[in-house]
Design a protein around this ligand. Structure first.
Ligand code: FES
Length: 653
C-alpha cells in the first residue's frame, strides 16, 4: 500500500508519508519551514497549519479533514486557552492519516500583534538567523551538581539538538533569577555566530516567549525605508520611510563625500544623522505595530557604498576617487548595539555585501530579490538614483557597473524640476497635431484638460515637474516632432504653435503658464536628460559588450527590471522612446518596485539568502565605467533619441 500524499501550499511541495507522521515533520522533511518555539509541547501555537476542505479537488486529491489524526489533548488545551480558528490544527500534534492539502497561513496573529499590511505579498521561505527555543530545564539536584546555565544548555541539546552555545556575558548573572521566575521553563533567544560557527545565546526569558521581530532597512541617499517583520511568522507588520537627514549636508553622494573631506566633523555628523533617523523610524513602526523595540533582535541593512560607509561610521573619501576602494566589501555581521539604534541590547545586525566601489549593498539586495543568477534568461536590472547601478546576466555569468547619471532623472538640474510631491507634474501627453499638452499633477485626480482639474490644482498650485514628468515630456516632445533626434527644439514650430517660444538663443516648450508660474522645458533641460540617459545607456552597453565577449556571442536582453523609486514611476514605453534602456519586448520590461528593500527582507527572514548573495557577489564581474575606453563612444552615440547606433525593433512594432 502506498503512503498518503501530502501537499503543502503555497510552496506546492509534496511527498508521501507514513500514517502517523506529525505534519510538522512531514513539512520539514520537504524543506517547508514551520515555526515552533515550544518544540511540540502544544503551547506556542506557532506551528499552526490550515487544512481546508475546499482546495482538495483542485489539486487532484479527494479527501477530507478526517485524513488527519483526531485532536490530541494538547490541541484541545491550546484551543481552549488561546483559541484556534476553524480549519486550523497544530502541526506538531496533528498527523497524517490520508491524502492532504496543508496550507501555511501567512496571517499568524499571535499574542495581539496584528498584521497590518502586506508590503510585498511574496512568500519568503523562512530560516531566520534568530530563533526562539523554549525548554523545560531539569531542577537542581544535589547529586548531579550541574549548574543552572549548564542545565539550560543540556535541555537545548536534548530538545533542539543545539550544540553548546556561547553566551552574552551580561546575561550570566541573570540566569538564576530567570530560571526560577519561569519555574524552570525558559525561552532562549539564539543567534548563529558565523565567525565561531556555533550558536550564541542572545537572551533568556522566563516562561514562553512567543514573539521576536527584525527590521530590514534600505538606506537611500534620498529616502530611508524600514520594514518591521515578525521573525516567527515572516509577516511584515509595519513599514515607514523618512527623508535621509544627510540631505542637509549635501544633495547627492559626491557632495556628501566632499562635505566629509572639507569638515573634520562631517563624517561623525552624518553617521549620527542616519542612525538617528533609523532609530526614530524604528520607534515609529514599533509604536504603530504595538511592539516593544526590546523585542527587535535582528536588523538587516542595505545601501549604496557611500551610505553603507557613513552608516557604519567609515570615512567615504576613498569612494570619491579612483580606484574607488571600499573599506569593507564583504557582508558584515555585528552586534547592533554598536550602531546605537535602540533595539534589544544584544540584537544582531547584518549588512549585505557591496559589489564594487560604486555598486553597493542595495544593488546586491536587488540582485538577491530579482534573482538574475537563478535564471537562464538574460536580465538587465537597473536601479537609478543619482547614480545608476546596473547588473546584467543570468545563471551563467553576471556583470555589474554604475553610471554617473546625475540627479536629472529625479527632477534636479531641470529648470522647473522638483521632487515628486503634491503639485508636481508627473504625466504628460502632447498632441502631435496641435502640440497642445495635457498633464497630470501629483495629488490632483483629473488630467489638466478634464473637469475638476482647476479646483484640484488650486489646492497646491502647479509647482514644477518631477522625474517621471520630465522623462515623459521629453519623450512626448520627441514623438510630436518638437525635438529632433539630436535633441534640438525646433524653432520653426514657433510659427505654428504659441507653445514654442524663443528663450535666449534657443527655444523652449511652454507646458503650463499662469500669471504667477511658468513651467517651460528649456533646451538645457532636454540636454540634461540627454546626458543622463546617455550615461545610463553607455553603462548598460559596456556591460552588454563585456557579457557578449565573455559568452562569445552577442547577448540579447530577455528581460528588463527597473528597480527603485525611479523604476516604479517610469513607464517602460517612455524609457525606450528616449533610449534609456536597450530594446526589449515591452511586456518584458517593467518596474520591480523597491527591489533593494525586498532583498533586505529576504536576508532578514532567511539566513540562506545571506549566504546566497555573499556567494553571488564574489562571482559578479565589475566593470569600471570611468576606466573603459569604449564608454565615451557609447556615450556620444547614446545622446541621440532613441540612439544612434542601436535600433529598436520592439518599439517600432
Ligand atoms: Fe508549539 Fe506546536 S510547536 S504548539
Amino acid at each position: 500500500e502506498t503512503h498518503p500524499l501530502v501537499l503543502f501550499m503555497p510552496s506546492g511541495r509534496r511527498g508521501r508519508f507514513a500514517r502517523g507522521t506529525p505534519l510538522i515533520e512531514a513539512a520539514r522533511s520537504l524543506g517547508v519551514h514551520v515555526e515552533s518555539v515550544c518544540g511540540g509541547r502544544g503551547i506556542c501555537g506557532r506551528c499552526q497549519v490550515e487544512v481546508a476542505e475546499g482546495v482538495f479537488a483542485k489539486h487532484g486529491i479527494t479527501s477530507a479533514a478526517d485524513h488527519l489524526s483526531a485532536w490530541s489533548a494538547k490541541e484541545e488545551r491550546y484551543a481552549e486557552k488561546r483559541g484556534l480558528k476553524p480549519g486550523r490544527r497544530l502541526s506538531c500534534s496533528a498527523s497524517v492519516e490520508g491524502d492532504l492539502v496543508v496550507d501555511l497561513p501567512s496571517d499568524m496573529a499571535i499574542n495581539g500583534a496584528v498584521v497590518r499590511k502586506a508590503v510585498d505579498t511574496r512568500e519568503i521561505p523562512r530560516d531566520p538567523a534568530i530563533r526562539l527555543l523554549y525548554v523545560e530545564v531539569s531542577q537542581p539536584d544535589m547529586h548531579a551538581p550541574l549548574g543552572d546555565l549548564d542545565r539550560v544548555f543540556e535541555a537545548l541539546q536534548r530538545d533542539w539538538r543545539l550544540p553548546r552555545p556561547t553566551i552574552e556575558p551580561s546575561l550570566l548573572p541573570k540566569v538564576q533569577g530567570i530560571l526560577r521566575a519561569g519555574n524552570w521553563g525558559v525561552t532562549a533567544v539564539v543567534a548563529h555566530d558565523r565567525e565561531a560557527d556555533r550558536p550564541h545565546l542572545v537572551a533568556l526569558y522566563p516562561g514562553l516567549k512567543n514573539e521576536a521581530y527584525g527590521i530590514a532597512v534600505d538606506i537611500g541617499s534620498t529616502t530611508i525605508a524600514l520594514h518591521l517583520s515578525s521573525l516567527l511568522s515572516g509577516a511584515t507588520i509595519a513599514s515607514a520611510g523618512t527623508p535621509n537627514p544627510q540631505i542637509r549636508f549635501g544633495e547627492d553622494l559626491m557632495s556628501r563625500v566632499s562635505y566629509v573631506m572639507m569638515n573634520p566633523e562631517g563624517r561623525p555628523q552624518m553617521t549620527a544623522a542616519v542612525r538617528g533617523a533609523i532609530r526614530e523610524l524604528t520607534t515609529r513602526v514599533c509604536t504603530e505595530a504595538n511592539v516593544s523595540p526590546d523585542d527587535v533582535f535582528d536588523a538587516v541593512f542595505v545601501g549604496n557604498p557611500v551610505m553603507h560607509h557613513l552608516f557604519l561610521g567609515i570615512d567615504p573619501t576613498e569612494l570619491g576617487q579612483a580606484p574607488f576602494a571600499l573599506a569593507a566589501s564583504g557582508a558584515i555581521e555585528m552586534p547592533a548595539a554598536a550602531l546605537d539604534l535602540g533595539l534589544h541590547p544584544h540584537a544582531r545586525a547584518y549588512v549585505l555585501p557591496c559589489i564594487a566601489g560604486h555598486v553597493g549593498a542595495d544593488a546586491a539586495a536587488a540582485t538577491l530579490s530579482e534573482g538574475p543568477h537563478r535564471q537562464d534568461e538574460t536580465m538587465l536590472l537597473v536601479d537609478v538614483g543619482t547614480n545608476a547601478e546596473i547588473v546584467l546576466g543570468s545563471s551563467r555569468r553576471l556583470v555589474a557597473a554604475s553610471s554617473p547619471t546625475g540627479p536629472a532623472f529625479e527632477g534636479a538640474e531641470i529648470s522647473s524640476g522638483q521632487r515628486a510631491a503634491p503639485g508636481a507634474i508627473e504625466r504628460v501627453r502632447i498632441d502631435p497635431e496641435t502640440l497642445e499638452p495635457r498633464f497630470k499633477v501629483i495629488g490632483v485626480e483629473p488630467w489638466s484638460n478634464e473637469p475638476g482639474f482647476v479646483e484640484g490644482a488650486a489646492r497646491f498650485g502647479v509647482t514644477g515637474i518631477c522625474g517621471s514628468g520630465i522623462i515623459e515630456v521629453v519623450a512626448e516632445m520627441f514623438l510630436a516632432g518638437i525635438i529632433s533626434e539630436d535633441g534640438v527644439i525646433d524653432g520653426r514650430l514657433a510659427a505654428r504653435s504659441p507653445r514654442i517660444v524663443e528663450e535666449g538663443r534657443t527655444f523652449a516648450y511652454v507646458l503650463h503658464e499662469t500669471p504667477d508660474r511658468s513651467i517651460r522645458i528649456l533646451q538645457t533641460d532636454v540636454r540634461a536628460i540627454q546626458l543622463a540617459k546617455a550615461a545610463l545607456y553607455a553603462g548598460i552597453k559596456l556591460l552588454v559588450d563585456r557579457l557578449s565577449a565573455e559568452e562569445g556571442r552577442p547577448v540579447a536582453i530577455d528581460r528588463i527590471a527597473l528597480a527603485g523609486a525611479f523604476g516604479s514611476f517610469i513607464e517602460p514605453r517612455y524609457a525606450m522612446v528616449l533610449g534609456l534602456v536597450p530594446d526589449c519586448a515591452l511586456e518584458r520590461c517593467g518596474s520591480v518596485g523597491n527591489a533593494a528593500g525586498a532583498g533586505a527582507r529576504m536576508a532578514l527572514l532567511n539566513r540562506e539568502f545571506r549566504r546566497e548573495i555573499e556567494d553571488v557577489v564574489t562571482r559578479i564581474e565589475k566593470v569600471e565605467t570611468a576606466l573603459e575606453p569604449a564608454f565615451q563612444g557609447h556615450f556620444v552615440a547614446a545622446m541621440a533619441f532613441p540612439n544612434k547606433r542601436d535600433s529598436y525593433p520592439e518599439l517600432v512594432k
